[in-house]
Design a protein around this ligand. Structure first.
Ligand code: PLP
Length: 343
């Protein structure tokens, strides 16, 4: 059977979200996020996180990240991020564009996670040159990471504390936040505001929605007006925002977001176990969410591709592939992948 493990972005919309869109599609509603669905977002997310929040619905993760970073960073400021992060590698310079030239500073660390020692060194490197150098203004961390690993609450707290004591803002790229919460089995607050995260790009499109993400401000809520201006100036204040907000509300209802993510994680874990038992293929990173990176010979990976199974080779590597599992991945699809690898 054919199956697609290229990206969770290629998954369909979850049925309850689709049904919510149908329900929202009746009659007129005020435009530009002044509709009844958008007005309920602060309350719904506040309840989820157990604290007061301000929420901006947007259509893409890229714009959520860029608005958060540009709102907190002056053009002469720098944003610290992992050297494999989406903001650094895959957003075509959007944070720099929105931030009028702000600088992204890549930081290393194993398994796609910023290391505390590496961050300390990078921050130390920026000291002592006054107005001649960029001013460290923000830290952005991805959870779950682009490598499919997950920060523990303690790891996040340590990084946030290092940023906070230097007066830097803290942002979490949560394109796959749901997969991280499902993996850790923690309270969403434990890997966001309680760990010191001030702003969160809460992803939903990869996990059952269509063009719906929420930029959540825990602290720095005074930046909301700046963020709203950036959203409008960039053409991201959708007139028909009710369709974005209705999805986000349905996504949160009755824990749907976690249920969908837990399913994706389980499929990934099943495949990871098969890779671990394989005589030649091996896991490149710990599998803690819904992405599995497999190191295998080009011929070995070719065996999978020949079985009509789609996946992505990691750019620049013909012996490294990424398999992404989604809320919609079926047992039969995962089995087809495992079988293709074993025969
Ligand atoms: C970690 C991460 N952050 C942000 C994004 C951006 O999402 P979008 O494609 O909606 O702009 C992605 C998308 O793949 C991602 O993987």
């Amino acid at each position: 059977m054919s199956a697609n493990f290229r990206s969770d972005n290629e998954s369909p919309v979850a049925q309850p979200v689709w049904a919510a869109l149908e329900r929202a599609n009746r009659g007129t509603a005020h435009a530009y996020a002044e509709d009844e669905w958008s007005r309920r977002l602060d309350g719904a997310f506040g309840e989820l996180f157990g604290t007061e929040v301000s929420v901006l619905p947007v259509a893409t993760g890229t714009v959520a990240n860029a608005i958060a970073l540009a709102a907190t960073t002056p053009p002469w400021g720098s944003v610290y991020c992992h050297d494999q992060s989406h903001v650094y590698r895959d957003e075509s310079g959007a944070p720099e564009f929105f931030g009028n030239g702000l600088r992204l500073v890549p930081v290393g660390g194993p398994d796609g996670k910023i290391g505390a020692a590496e961050l300390a060194e990078a921050l130390h490197d920026a000291e002592g040159h006054g107005v001649h150098s960029y001013a460290p203004a923000a830290l952005t961390v991805t959870q779950s990471t682009e490598s499919g690993s997950v920060y523990s609450p303690g790891e996040l707290s340590e990084l946030c504390e290092m940023a906070r004591c230097r007066g830097m803002a803290t942002h979490l790229d949560g394109a796959r936040f749901a997969n991280a919460v499902a993996s850790l089995g923690c309270d969403p607050a434990d890997i966001s505001w309680r760990a010191g995260i001030e702003m969160l790009s809460f992803g939903a499109a990869k996990n059952g929605c269509v063009a719906a993400e929420a930029l959540v401000f825990f602290e720095r809520r005074e930046l909301l007006e700046t963020a709203e201006r950036l959203r409008k100036r960039s053409g991201h204040l959708l007139s028909k925002m009710r369709y974005v907000s209705a999805q986000l509300l349905a996504y949160l209802e009755d824990g749907l977001w976690l249920e969908l993510a837990a399913h994706a994680n389980r499929q990934a874990a099943r495949f990871a176990a098969a890779v671990e038992n394989h005589p030649e293929a091996r896991l490149e990173f710990p599998v803690q969410a819904n992405e599995v990176f497999v190191r295998w010979s080009p011929e070995g990976l070719g065996l999978i591709a020949n079985r009509d199974i789609e996946f992505n080779h990691w750019p620049g590597h013909d012996d490294l592939a990424r398999f992404v599992f989604a809320h919609s991945t079926t047992d039969a699809e995962t089995q087809a992948l495992i079988t293709a690898m074993e025969t």
